[in-house]
Design a protein around this ligand. Sequence first.
Ligand SMILES: Cc1cc2nc3c(=O)[nH]c(=O)nc-3n(C[C@H](O)[C@H](O)[C@H](O)COP(=O)(O)OP(=O)(O)OC[C@H]3O[C@@H](n4cnc5c(N)ncnc54)[C@H](O)[C@@H]3O)c2cc1C
Length: 284
Amino acid sequence: MIPAPFEYVAPTSVEEALQALSEHGDDAKIMAGGQSLLPVLRMRLNAPEWVIDLSRIDSMRGIRDDGDAIVIGAMTTHHDVLNDALVREHALLITKAATEVADAQIRHRGTFGGALAHADPAGDLGAPALALGAEFVIVGPGGTRTVAADDFFVDLFETAIGEDELLTEVRIPKHTGWGAHYEKFVRVAHQWPICAVAATAKVDGGVVQQVRVGLTNMGNTPLRARAVEDALTGQQATADAVRAAAEHAAEGANPPSDLNGDADYRRHLVTVLTRRALLAAVGG
Ligand SMILES: Cc1cc2nc3c(=O)[nH]c(=O)nc-3n(C[C@H](O)[C@H](O)[C@H](O)COP(=O)(O)OP(=O)(O)OC[C@H]3O[C@@H](n4cnc5c(N)ncnc54)[C@H](O)[C@@H]3O)c2cc1C
């Protein structure tokens, strides 16, 4: 289908974009890579009067080292994220997950910030961002504020970003030397996961010193599998310890039932995927 007619503006700075948002308010929609927005417009699930295209704002693109964190501009494409040496060195979990997003064409257009702002519970980047304790830098008429990952994902397709605000960048605390793996289960290649697990761990002397586990599509928002983390922290990095910890993966989760599988299937699947992800993560 063809989208309903809309006016189009492509600001070249964050300030201009905020100005356009304040002028057009509820009638406007932000566009980043357009990979989720355009299908929505084409299906006429949304018909904004204005589309504000962020693709000409150079300051929102790129990856930089900022001491104890790396900072990823919201408009950085998935392709650029997954090929970036800083991300690979300090946030390997993000590299692993970005590799699994859709296909090469979509990864060249879709953006890191767009995917997180979209907050699809089946999106591949929310769980890794949550597991790594990312901070979301949000700019609006009142200035800049930083929101912790635990508070960013509010509900299905809903985040802490206000109607008149923009996500400009995401700060990822460095996890240098941590092993990481993203285990994704799909029915069809290059699609959203039925369920997926993001795991990253710091192992020293054969002992799991720290571990973080995030779950994709096991509820309305990405989830931390804290019971798994608690069970594995301080344990020997053995297959038996990982298997025992992974049994806790579905605790506190509220997975959906759909044509791909019901909630009980997902509860079982997530324990299997958690075991696989952790084995790879603690293995280096
Ligand atoms: C066929 C197909 C398969 C896909 N498969 C996967 C997959 O396997 N895994 C996966 O994770 N994703 C998948 N995606 C989605 C893809 O990752 C998109 O890139 C992503 O969801 C949205 O990013 P975008 O930059 O295109 O955002 P857009 O589509 O432009 O925007 C998405 C939403 O976020 C808002 N928004 C965007 N940027 C900002 C910002 N900076 N501040 C505030 N609001 C903002 C927009 O207003 C819009 O509501 C797939 C998409 C398609 C079409």
